[in-house]
Design a binder for this molecule. Structure first.
Ligand code: AHR
Length: 312
């Protein structure tokens, strides 16, 4: 039979509205699950046909998904790059096929800016700077000095990912001017609660067990860390200063209980912005190269009961 098709050979019933291929990295955190919900709900609300693929934390799965979107001739491709390096080849294939690419949440490293149209997501460097600024204020009058420094443990996110690199860099940018602050140990917990728990368990039995601060790159890992500290009779938030990123409800609740001192928001709810950018790209319009979403900082000085429910 002879079904009418559009200029991409798709059946007529699909030619109204756009097709967006989206490669998500997985479901490693409450933050990530909320990001996925935001994307799926926004696609449904705005009439975008979404081809959604979950890479289960493997870059290779993302590359395969992007190739299948190209073969399907979607109108736009969007993805969350699990790590920053290694995208040039597949992005060249998308460019050669004439499909615009939107990078979301995490950034990529490339020398060829023409490989993608733009980025939308959070500002990881700024999140790290906010962590550093809170720390300087907290220990302002503590009498710390280079010979008796504030001892910091850093539990970072997935190695090679832009939020792990950005948060680490922004934090160091602030504290490196102050020799009375010292990162005594840093390890990646891969943004996983289980690894945060495991690493803290190890630290408390190691030569790094005496510290003043934990800077954890996400709330999931922080919750794992708090669990171990409480098991060991420690008082996180009181004996040890805890700084965490994401602002899940569970972290805000811990802030309210005084177990966490500072929560830096990483905003996952940019599904609607992704849909409107995808529509512009499908119409051949230009979009800004870099778009950061709004984020807040919540601290022990705030009235936590006034913070609206987070939704994740
Ligand atoms: O890329 C954003 C980070 O990824 C969030 O901070 C973390 O929770 C998530 O898994």
């Amino acid at each position: 039979s002879c079904t009418k098709s559009d200029d991409k050979g798709r059946p007529e019933e699909q030619k109204n509205g756009i097709i967006l291929g989206f490669s998500q990295i997985g479901a490693e955190s409450a933050w990530r699950k909320c990001n996925t919900r935001s994307i799926k709900a926004a696609a449904a609300e705005s009439g975008v046909q979404l081809l959604f693929s979950n890479a289960e934390q493997k870059q290779n799965n993302q590359i395969k998904a992007i190739r299948s979107f190209i073969a399907y001739q979607v109108d736009v491709i969007a993805f969350v790059p699990i790590v920053a390096d290694g995208w040039d080849n597949v992005l060249r294939e998308a460019r050669d096929a004439g499909i615009p690419v939107l990078i979301t949440d995490r950034k990529i490293n490339t020398d060829d800016e023409s490989l993608y149209a733009g980025f939308i997501g959070t500002d990881s460097e700024q999140e790290g700077r906010e962590a550093g600024k809170f720390l300087l204020k907290k220990f302002e009058n503590s009498g710390a000095e280079p010979s008796n420094p504030v001892r910091i443990i850093e539990i970072s996110g997935t190695e090679g990912s832009s939020p792990a690199k950005g948060r680490a860099a922004g934090f160091r940018e602030i504290i490196s001017e102050h020799p009375e602050y010292k990162i005594i140990y840093s390890e990646s917990g891969d943004f996983l609660r289980s690894k945060g728990n495991e690493i803290m368990r190890w630290i408390l039995d190691s030569k790094y067990k005496d510290f003043d601060v934990v800077f954890s790159h996400n709330d999931g890992m922080t919750l794992g860390i708090l669990e171990v500290m409480k098991e060991r009779g420690m008082n996180p938030g009181k004996d040890i200063v805890i700084i965490t990123v994401d602002a899940e409800q569970a972290a805000i609740d811990a802030l309210g209980r005084g177990e966490v001192n500072c929560v830096i928001e990483c905003n996952p709810k940019f599904g609607p912005a992704i849909m409107s950018l995808a529509k512009k790209l499908a119409q051949g319009q230009k979009i800004p190269r870099l778009m950061h979403v709004h984020e807040e900082v919540f601290t022990e000085d705030d009235d936590v009961s006034a913070i609206p429910p987070r939704g994740y």
